[in-house]
Write a protein that binds this ligand. Structure first.
Ligand code: SF4
Length: 708
């Protein structure tokens, strides 16, 4: 069906057969039938979503077994359900049931919305009335009740109060169950042959299965044994965040505000107090009075707990600031401190705050129990008990951050805007977990991405995901080259005489080089940074000069990511500065993006606790953290950055790397060996930029010494 003149070419305009796509498809077919694990690096343009989508659909239809496809980004999930899987259905000539499954917090809860609307006159914030009214009329007509389909903005805290929540859900006892958006989405997922999910939802499902030992029945997702993980290079980071802990003063204020009320919005205790009023005659003697009084006391306690957390986080923030002034790192590894260095006072005050939070949760639970005995409305008690669960979990997380036990967690504090600290913990090693949940309990797993190998070798990826312990007969590797002709379509430019990072005058030299680089391509440029600070400072230095050149500077953080990308797509001399997520997953086809400028080799910023702790684990095993961890991570990231440039056979463009260490240090070879085979231009900056000007058709050329 993929042959020239075959079925796909009749369905898809401009279809060209790609041998790499066929190879990948055949391997995925075999794997799904036989079981095991397949790791496939498929270069940009291979068409990997069809290369796994077709066999996954064919397998699900033929065997009646569900296949789950997980990816990191919503863009890819939408592309799968909006374009690729409908095409696969037509290609196979069968009706194919597939579903994009989202976490339950994405769906409106009709029962919670009705309650919020009913209490509007007393319970909600000043602007809530209008938003709730719009939500009520939207819910009447909405097909799926999902946040993504809302065409107006709803305040985040308000959405939290009216969206579906596992702890607050009344389940079969809910009066709105028959028309519940989430229950309908779940039923559709149950009927689907292919499920498309994000990595977080996949991990949520696997975590429940791991806890309960249930691999046969529904957990968060319906049961499945066959899995495709696209954007698999993101899986470890997704798991670090999913299994990690984060406590902020803002989060605490929201949690306790939900109980005691905040910003003009009434809290759960106000709802409970009204319940007591309405029970009225059912309460004998002074009981109503005592219960009412206890809601008032709990409100006071909630405020005190919030203050206790705030004070503790402020103290810790102060400590971090002092350390920064002394030149030590801005993130504080709590698990590594001992003796006088350990912030014992902060530790005990935050532990005490956690104890008080636990006590408060216990008292709220008791109050709900008493009211329940008196016939209190179930929806109010469900909301309060959901709060109790969350509060207990947060107290537990606080204990975890300050635990002195040597375990699998790295714990740290970092500064937030406003001077407070935030608290964090995350598992250091995820490989054993992946091994257990993915490779020992799934029948077949396909892991794919455009960036899995370093110099063509899967070793790093296997180690991180625990694949190195698998029996060789269970694991198949495949590298499928991109069909693009990088030698013709792309150039890799490396000015050899720029001041290297860390040397005096570096940032000014970098700013000058960025201006020169984006000027030769007339904008249409994505400039990638490894640090927010450097990006912002360079942006300040170059904004005026770019304006004089008629170029429009956009900086990550100025607007939403999709808005910035849309402005880049529209063309017209745009220069977009980005860090972090801008290295990955950006897909701008055509001349609107013809120049990717990489300002620095993307090693992790020193002092990242989780990265450091992972490196320490390797050192403890006698391995070099640099060779086995920092370097391969940076190589993969550089590959991802490079991958933003050529997105179709018609694209032409340049990646300019403004870090000469790639030419001078021994590790530079590993970076260069992992990049696509674009023609390289290396030499003095002036010569390189002249050559680029010629490539972009904007000036005459000068001689440049080629590397090869
Ligand atoms: S069943 Fe649960 S999620 Fe659905 S409307 Fe009722 S309470 Fe909300």
């Amino acid at each position: 069906m993929l042959q020239p003149g075959g079925r796909l070419s009749r369905l898809l305009d401009g279809y060209e057969q790609r041998p790499g796509q066929v190879r990948m498809l055949e391997q995925v077919c075999r794997l799904l039938e036989r079981g095991g694990v397949l790791a496939v690096e498929a270069g940009t343009g291979v068409g990997k979503s069809l290369a796994y989508g077709i066999p996954a659909a064919a397998f699900a239809l033929a065997r009646g077994r569900r296949v789950v496809i997980s990816s990191a980004t919503i863009n890819l999930q939408e592309q799968l359900v909006g374009k690729d899987l409908p095409l696969v259905g037509r290609l196979l000539g069968r009706s194919l049931r597939f579903e994009l499954v989202k976490g339950r917090g994405n769906y409106l809860c009709r029962r919670r919305l009705a309650d919020a609307w009913r209490r509007l006159h007393v319970s909600q914030g000043p602007a809530d009335g209008e938003q709730l009214a719009r939500l009520v009329s939207w819910a009447e007509n909405s097909e799926d009740g999902s946040l993504a389909s809302l065409d107006f903005r709803v305040d985040e805290e308000l959405w939290e109060r009216v969206s579906s929540d596992a702890d607050a859900c009344l389940g079969m006892r809910c009066p709105r169950r028959g028309e519940c958006f989430f229950a309908r989405a779940r039923a559709r997922a149950e009927r689907a042959q292919l499920l498309v999910v994000n990595h977080h939802l996949l991990l949520a499902d696997l975590a429940v299965r791991l806890d309960s030992g249930n691999w046969e029945k529904r957990a968060v997702l319906p049961s499945f044994g066959h899995l495709v993980v696209d954007e698999a290079h993101e899986l470890e980071d997704a798991a670090s965040s999913f299994f990690g802990v984060r406590i902020t003063a803002r989060g605490m204020a929201r949690l306790l505000g939900r109980l005691a009320g905040r910003r003009g919005r009434a809290g759960l205790l106000d709802d409970l107090a009204r319940e007591i009023e309405s029970l009225g005659g059912a309460l004998a003697g002074g009981r109503a009075q005592r219960l009412r009084q206890s809601t008032g006391e709990l409100q006071q306690q909630a405020r005190e707990v919030e203050q206790a957390y705030r004070r503790g986080l402020e103290q810790l923030g102060q400590l971090l600031q002092e350390r920064r002034q002394q030149g030590t790192e801005s993130k504080l590894r709590l698990d590594r401190l001992s003796g006088d260095d350990y912030p014992a006072e902060v530790d005990s005050s935050l532990r005490e705050a956690a104890d008080r939070l636990r006590q408060l949760a216990g008292q709220v639970a008791l109050l709900v129990e008493r009211l329940g005995e008196l016939g209190q409305e179930e929806s109010v008690s469900a909301e309060a008990l959901a709060w109790v669960e969350r509060a207990r979990l947060l107290a537990e997380h606080t204990d975890l951050v300050f635990s002195r036990e040597a375990d699998e967690q790295v714990r740290w504090a970092e500064s937030q805007r406003g001077g407070q600290a935030s608290l964090h913990a995350a598992p250091v090693e995820l490989a054993p977990l992946f091994r257990q949940v993915l490779f020992e309990n799934m029948e077949a797993v396909v892991l794919t991405s455009a960036t899995l190998t370093v110099g063509g070798d899967f070793e790093f990826f296997h180690e991180r995901l625990g694949l190195d312990g698998l029996p060789p007969q269970r694991l198949v590797e495949l590298v499928v080259e991109s069909p693009f002709t990088y030698r013709e379509q792309a150039r890799l430019a490396i000015p050899a005489d720029l001041i290297p990072p860390g040397q005096p005058g570096y940032e000014q030299a970098l700013a000058d080089a960025v201006v020169q680089a984006v000027a030769v391509s007339g904008g249409a440029a994505l400039v990638l940074y490894t640090s927010w600070g450097t990006m912002r400072r360079v942006a300040e230095r170059v904004a005026g000069r770019l304006g004089e050149l008629g170029l429009q500077l956009l900086v990550q953080g100025q607007a939403r990511r999709d808005e910035l990308l849309e402005r880049l797509r529209q063309g017209g001399g745009v220069v977009l500065f980005g860090v972090d997520s801008f290295w990955r997953g950006i897909d701008v086809v055509g001349p609107a993006l013809r120049h990717v400028v990489i300002t620095r080799l993307p090693f992790d910023v020193p002092g990242e606790p989780l990265i450091e702790a992972r490196g320490e684990r390797l050192e403890a095993r006698g391995l070099s953290a640099f060779r086995h961890f920092s370097l391969p991570r940076a190589v993969l990231r550089l590959k991802q950055g490079f991958g933003r440039l050529i997105r179709s056979r018609g694209d032409r463009g340049v990646v300019t790397l403004l870090d000469r260490r790639v030419l001078e240090r021994s590790y530079g070879r590993e970076f260069l060996a992992s990049l696509p085979p674009a023609r390289r231009l290396v030499g003095p900056a002036e010569d390189v930029f002249d050559e680029l000007a010629e490539f972009f058709g904007s000036a005459t050329s000068r001689r440049v010494v080629p590397l090869e």
